[in-house]
Write a protein that binds this ligand. Structure first.
Ligand code: AMP
Ligand code: MG
Length: 480
């Protein structure tokens, strides 16, 4: 058996949620990268196949026996505006059950037009697909819930964006592809059974603990608040900026999804934005928790009709839950930032120690990743920033507070949450540019450097330095 038989639980939902169709064949597919480790881990090593067969499969030219691919319907708020969307250039090939019993969607991105393509060409370019590949794999290695990347195939076709680019298809795996926008789409229908079916399906697939709860829509909202607060806390921990936190890009699996103009921050600045189309900084680093709450409010609105209480009781109940996000997130953030400073359990009084360091970093344009990593070293590196009076005043306060902790465990804790290496945007761009001109070596080296981000090593040095002024990538284009 070369390819396991895929399942299709999603297509048992009402037919409005999907359109069945096959990938559009591509001219001259070439396997650019295959994630052997992920493949082994999920039981999809395709070991019985030669490269040509693998390539045919991962380009969508060959649909495995029994698979019934489909594009998903959804809507969403993009930069605050409601739009009808759907998979315009993606298809779910089916659901794969891993040896450990996990159900994973296998999705192609860039696989051709669908009924939801609107004016789009249904295709993707090599650079952005490799960007998703490397950033999603880095996020996974950092211990952050994320979709993953199994392969990238070049199509041998040209896609037309601002310029002519090589086309590609990404195969990603995801715990599911149900988004806040899927609920927004469901709630557009007169028949509330449509939203109910989606809710029941989501609970079965991701929140079995809720099955017993009486008020399921409220229980789901509570669970989603916890889940998204956890996810955003992780993002803030590593300086990740998603870039397009539209409601269609918020997955209710709790995984980071849809890597477009995303990037990691170098020098700490809370208003950092990378997306070239985010003029108002809606999706800036420091805004991400607020946007998560905003998106959850759109989820709550979609769930309202399912709440059995009268509307004038249901609305205050929902509002109370939504307002609670702030506190839930704040508690998680405080605990995590405390950990980054070696505090096992940060207290309310520790907050100023954290914010004062962040303010200092902001004023001094200190590198977010390196500063935290340095704090956990036996000795601070020789750097004039650390010799400054402003830093030393802060450091003395921190040392005094650390005195209440057990030093070895503080250092171990800091090492486990402060990465020594992240996919810095200038290194990602360097890898993508080389790959576009046919040299995959820098991209592969980058992937390798990101595999164990909490370890140190000389081989990591080239990936640890912040960009020099001329290397800085100021914007990441959505040109996907
Ligand atoms: P994204 O910004 O990648 O989350 O995409 C937003 C929406 O635009 C989704 O519905 C995508 O399927 C759709 N889309 C993006 N690029 C294309 C394309 N080249 N062709 C068709 N649809 C697209
Ligand atoms: Mg999207």
């Amino acid at each position: 058996m070369a390819f396991p038989r895929l399942e299709n639980s999603f297509t048992e939902l009402p037919a409005v949620f999907f359109s069945r169709l096959s990938p559009t064949p591509v001219r001259e597919p070439e396997l650019v990268i295959f994630n052997e480790k992920l493949a082994d881990e999920i039981g999809l090593s395709l070991s019985g196949m030669d490269e040509e067969e693998r390539t045919e499969l991962l380009s969508g030219n060959l649909v495995p026996d029994g698979a019934e691919p489909f594009a998903q319907a959804y809507a969403g708020h993009q930069f605050g505006n409601f739009t009808m969307l759907g998979d315009g250039r993606a298809l779910v090939l089916g659901e794969h059950l891993t040896p450990s019993g996990r159900r994973l969607d296998l999705q192609f991105k860039g696989s051709g037009r669908t009924p939801y393509s609107r004016s789009g060409d249904g295709r993707a370019a090599l650079g952005p697909m490799l960007r998703e590949y490397v950033v999603s794999e880095a996020m996974h290695a950092l211990g952050i819930p994320t979709t993953r990347s199994l392969a990238v195939v070049a199509t041998g076709e040209t896609v037309y964006r601002e310029s002519e680019l090589p086309g590609a298809i990404l195969t990603r795996t995801a715990s599911s592809h149900i988004r806040v926008g899927t609920f927004e789409f469901a709630s557009l229908h007169e028949d509330k059974a449509i939203t109910q079916a989606l809710l029941d399906y989501l609970i079965r697939r991701h929140f079995p603990a809720i099955e017993e709860r009486e008020n399921k829509p409220i229980a789901l909202l509570e669970a989603a608040i916890e889940q998204q607060a956890d996810l955003i806390t992780h993002w803030m921990r590593v300086g990740f900026i998603h870039g397009v936190m539209n409601t269609d890009n918020m997955a209710l699996s709790g995984e980071t999804i849809d890597y477009g103009p995303c990037a990691f921050m170098d020098a700490f600045a809370p208003d950092t934005v990378f997306s070239s189309i985010d003029h108002k900084g809606r999706y800036a680093y420091a805004n991400q928790p607020l946007i998560a709450q905003w998106n959850l409010a759109r989820l709550a609105e979609s769930l309202l009709p399912l709440i059995e209480q009268p509307r004038d009781e249901a609305i205050p109940l929902v509002e109370e839950k939504l307002n609670g996000f702030e506190q839930v997130y704040k508690a998680k953030w405080l605990a995590m930032m405390g950990n980054k400073l070696g505090l096992a359990e940060a207290k309310k009084e520790d907050e100023s120690l954290i914010t004062d360091l962040l303010d200092w970093m902001h004023q001094n344009k200190a590198d977010f990743t390196n500063t935290f990593r340095d704090l956990g070293r036996p000795e601070l590196p020789d750097d004039e920033l650390y010799a400054s009076e402003s830093f030393q005043t802060w450091q003395a306060r921190w040392q005094a507070r650390l005195g209440e902790e057990e030093l070895d465990s503080s250092l171990a804790l800091m090492h486990s949450v402060n990465p020594s290496v992240i996919p810095r945007n200038h290194k990602v761009e360097e890898g993508l540019q080389a790959a576009e001109s046919g040299d995959l070596k820098p991209f592969r080296n980058l992937l390798e450097a990101l595999e164990k981000p909490y370890e140190d090593g000389d081989h990591l040095t080239p990936y640890q330095s912040p960009p020099k002024p001329e290397e800085k990538v100021l914007q990441t284009f959505c040109g996907t």
